[in-house]
Design a protein around this ligand. Structure first.
Ligand code: PLP
Length: 426
């Protein structure tokens, strides 16, 4: 496959946009080569500026769970746009999406819409601090909660890909309030809680991690976390920006059988438009302005086009909850196929999977936390990524990212993916 026009467009973009992209992971720095510029997409396929067709395993980093340009979503946005794009005043559709989201997700009464997952997590932490009157937070190495200052401490995703898990520009003052624990290691959390008794507002976690590849929490760890937070009066904050409306109607709370105190959303809830949200029981949410003193706002929050896309998406998922099971089956099928071929390649590897999230790590040992994920062989990963790309398969361009399957993918597409892997030399 040729990517001439993409490379030319990238060269031009670099003249006017730092690094040529508006979000670092798009630049392919971890795998080398030029990024691909997309012209359009439909269902499971991306069509790039060189007219290559690629089978897409990223789905815009998660939002497009029903595939690209899904008609009910597109139609809802078109119809809404004809009525005006933004009012900065309340609209009925905000309540419709709020009501539907609250009815689908366990353990939440009220939800506030924002414009991104970053904003959702940043605002949720402020709410947790305002509610508890405490300053410190615990996060896990390798978890990514957006690019707000207090989260850029051993962050995963693009932050680690670019060698800046602790970004310059984050002050020491901010960093000192973020304490760092090890994923799947409850003792690391207990030790921090003991050393900071009565000072921790919240523990924020990706309940199934997707930003150091896909990492599944052990039952002992996630249950232990819930118990510890309850005992110590700490709010358990599930960052479900990836997992919300992906692992099931009720997201990771439902899939893992664990109640969180505050839940953040992004990606699927916006149907491919910029939406984030955070939600909790009324008792906590009533601390938020204008009802309470914790300030949070947004000119475009609850934007009608974004709400229309989100409402169309959640309506579809609510009507057809069997889609989550069907996606999980397709992901298991992909897992089996990749496993069968990788076995023959003579390189150590691990495949992690939960629901419709999956990742491949080229390492001997089980990948259970950031350190074990970071042991993956990036040279092998590069060959894997580029080999698949040459054969028309678009995988995340970094080993620190999960794949997100979408329901438009057919078993035939997955067979084509596995056949492509057979041709790749690792
Ligand atoms: N939280 C998680 C778990 C994420 O994966 C991401 C983004 O990938 C974010 C938060 C930030 O969301 P956004 O990129 O919409 O700001």
């Amino acid at each position: 496959m040729l990517y001439q026009r993409s490379s030319a467009l990238f060269a031009e973009a670099q003249k006017y946009i730092p690094g040529g992209v508006n979000s670092p992971v798009r630049a392919f720095k971890a795998v080398g080569g030029d990024p691909i510029f997309v012209k359009k997409a439909k269902g499971a396929y991306l069509y790039d500026e060189d007219d290559n067709r690629l089978i897409d395993y990223i789905a815009s980093w998660g939002p497009l769970i029903l595939g690209h340009a899904h008609e009910p979503v597109i139609n809802a946005v078109i119809e809404k746009a004809k009525l005006g794009t933004s009012f900065g005043m309340p609209t009925e559709i905000e309540t419709q999406l709020a009501q539907l989201a609250v009815s689908m997700v366990p353990n939440i009464d009220k939800i506030r819409f924002v414009n991104s997952g970053t904003e959702a997590c940043m605002s949720a932490v402020r709410l947790a601090r305002g509610y508890t009157g405490k300053d410190k937070i615990i996060k896990f190495a390798g978890c990514y909660h957006g690019h707000s200052d207090s989260f850029l401490i051993q962050a995963g995703s693009g932050a680690v890909t670019f060698g800046s898990p602790n970004s310059p520009g984050v002050t020491e003052g901010t960093a000192k309030d973020t304490l760092l624990a090890t994923y799947n290691d409850i003792e690391s959390v207990r030790a921090l809680v003991a050393a900071n008794k009565g000072e921790i507002a919240t523990v924020i976690i990706e309940p199934v991690a997707g930003n150091m590849g896909c990492i599944v929490p052990t039952e002992e760890f996630i249950k232990g976390l819930r118990e510890l937070c309850t005992q110590e009066g700490i709010l358990l904050l599930f960052d479900e920006v990836m997992t919300g409306f992906r692992l099931g109607k009720g997201g990771a709370q439902e899939a893992l059988g664990i109640d969180a105190d505050i839940v953040c959303f992004g990606k699927v809830i916006g149907g491919g438009l910029p939406v984030g949200a955070f939600a909790a029981k009324t008792e906590i949410m009533s601390h938020l302005a204008p009802e309470g003193p914790v300030y949070q706002a947004g000119t475009l929050s609850g934007n009608p086009l974004a709400m229309a896309a989100g409402l169309a998406m959640l309506t579809e998922l609510n009507k057809k909850p069997e889609v989550f099971e069907s996606l999980a089956k397709k992901t298991a099928y992909l897992h089996e196929g990749l496993d069968a071929v990788l076995k023959t390649k003579g390189v150590p590897y691990q495949i992690n999977r939960f629901g419709s999230m999956i990742s491949v790590h080229f390492t001997e040992d089980a990948v259970v936390d950031f350190d074990s994920s970071a042991k993956g062989n990036n040279e092998t990963f590069k060959k894997y990524f580029h080999g698949m790309l040459q054969n028309g398969i678009y995988l995340p361009p970094s080993a620190f990212e999960s794949y997100f399957l979408n329901d438009a993918l057919t078993y035939g597409d997955i067979d084509e993916t596995v056949a492509a892997l057979k041709k790749v030399e690792l």
